[in-house]
Ligand binder design. Structure first.
Ligand code: ASN
Ligand code: ZN
Ligand code: CA
Ligand code: CA
Length: 302
């Protein structure tokens, strides 16, 4: 027998049917998608933080409950890969077709997801704060955008460049899942309507929405590296002020150009404002550039 690209299906975290790109080999089926330059491969950590094996089955139906986080991670990684390819002509996070590895069932009751420089990792959540985190396509877009940022602007993960790094991940989370809430599909499964963050109303989840609320936190793990997930509320609100005026189609081109062409590792909020204005001017002209300028002035960034 030999490795053959094929298709199958499975159920996601909410019991929803999803078609899957798979590979079969010697009577087994694997979450390996060979339909892109770089494979998309989804691994199972089986509640460890160290041992990862390709998620597999004896037929092409990934329908058991324990497979649900793998089905969603695999499906949404494909969706986000295709978003970057189709909308920005970017072939994977490095622009060169790098393979995309996801790991599900990471740790035990683990309430987070992250990019570690090589792969995306998703906890199952504890069932109260989070359900399995791969169940939200905005979370997957957020994490994969950390990889894109690492390979482009290289925004350092502290203080203002760190908050911009976080904000760009939320912004591309919006482009893949166009609502102003982040992580709503997996956050507090027992509470309807809430989310991890709001871009339209950052204050609802204890983030500043204006420079006059900027939080000076230390560059430590407890200080969230200078508040990278806190102060991101300010550029997030500027994004909300922008996209509600010029629309998603223009905003995504402008934000992508700023991230991949103008921004540099130590960029401040002011630098981001200038980079986005220049990108808007390059691509569309003064009307859109003025919208960006007003969007950032409204949050106290000049
Ligand atoms: N989920 C978090 C994030 O992507 C993990 C982290 O703190 N880096 O921002
Ligand atoms: Zn992040
Ligand atoms: Ca969302
Ligand atoms: Ca909830």
């Amino acid at each position: 027998l030999e490795e053959v690209a094929t298709t199958g299906y499975g159920y996601g975290n909410r019991g929803d049917y999803k078609s899957l790109n798979l590979v079969s080999d010697s009577g087994k089926y694997y979450l390996v998608d060979q339909t892109h330059t770089g494979n998309i491969e989804t691994y199972d950590a089986r509640n460890t933080e160290t041992n990862f094996t390709l998620m597999s089955d004896y037929d092409n139906a990934f329908t058991s409950t324990s497979q649900r986080p793998g089905v969603d991670a695999h499906y949404y990684a494909d969706q986000v890969y295709d978003y970057y390819l189709n909308t920005h002509n970017r072939n994977s996070y490095d622009g060169k077709g790098a393979p995309l590895y996801s790991v599900v069932h990471f740790g035990y009751n683990y309430n987070n997801a992250f990019w570690n420089g090589e792969a995306m990792f998703y906890g199952d959540g504890d069932g109260r704060t989070f359900s399995p985190l791969s169940g939200a396509n905005d979370v997957i877009a957020h994490e994969l955008t950390h990889a894109v940022t690492e390979h482009t602007a290289g925004l350092v993960y502290q203080y203002q460049p760190g908050a911009l790094n976080e904000s760009f991940s939320d912004v591309f989370g919006y482009f893949v899942d166009p609502d102003f809430l982040m992580g709503e599909d997996v956050y507090t499964p027992g509470v309807a309507g809430d989310a991890l963050r709001s871009m339209s109303n950052p204050e609802q989840y204890n983030q500043p929405a204006h420079m006059n609320q900027y939080r000076n936190l230390p560059n430590t793990k407890d200080g969230d590296y200078g508040g990278v997930h806190i102060n991101s509320g300010i550029p997030n609100k500027a994004f909300y002020n922008t996209v509600t005026v010029i629309g998603k189609a223009k905003a995504e081109k402008i934000y992508y150009r700023a991230l991949t062409y103008y921004l540099t590792p130590n960029a401040s909020f002011s630098d981001a404002r200038a980079a986005l204005i220049r990108s808007a001017q390059d691509l569309y002209g003064s009307t859109e550039a003025n919208t960006i300028a007003n969007a950032w002035s409204s949050v106290g960034v000049y």
